[in-house]
Design a binder for this molecule. Sequence first.
Ligand code: UDP
Length: 239
Amino acid sequence: SDRQPKYKRILLKLSGEALVGTEEFGIDPKVLDRMALEIGQLVGIGVQVGIVIGGGNLFRGASLHEAGMDRVTGDHMGMLATVMNALAMRDALERSNIKSSVMSAIPMSGIVEHYDRRLAQRYLTNGDVIIFSAGTGNPFFTTDSAACLRGIEIEADLVLKATKVDGVYTADPVQNPDAIKYDTLTYDEILTRKLGVMDLTAICLVRDHLMPVRVFDMNKSGALLNIVVGGNEGTLICG
Ligand code: UDP
């Protein structure tokens, strides 16, 4: 593609749920391959890509806690789940000849590198895709918060949150056919209208650091590339 990128460095948040695809549980390699293809298009036009991957397809601390488990232990399991997803994502990227590394907020010597912000910056400048795993490394946080945190840390120009719907709506569009999509939203509108885009920790982080976030549909092929060249997909959240 000869299209010029509008953003030099982005942070892409992929939910674990999206990785299930047509499988009943776990990871569908076909989904990963398609994502790798789309990410490769960004790398191809010179965009630096950081990824934060979720773990909800495998474990969520809150759900394990509801079933009776200690919350912190459940969150540890959830964070480890994101590392598994990250390994699968790296595998898909490397099979597509996209240079990539996984970093983990929880040290896991011999499997992935420990998160190091300066090293991550250097890799990104080099054109490598970096997958940030294990969330923030702390219980009671989500990978949405981790995405906003890492996005701010690596000085990304934009945080991209991939979802199943193409943006933020006035109500759940699946249940309410009259729901209207927002083209743009401010951080404060999300807070006052109590829109469930991301958890409050994540919203407050991006608001305090004026980090723009775009919510879009990852199942729509070409959407990711379109956003990066300045297209109007989904919903843009900014000040
Ligand atoms: N998690 C955590 N701290 C973090 C990020 C994640 O404890 O900083 C745990 C938490 O239990 C969460 C699970 O990891 O439920 C998986 O992450 P998340 O639910 O955000 O994944 P997604 O919904 O994006 O698939």
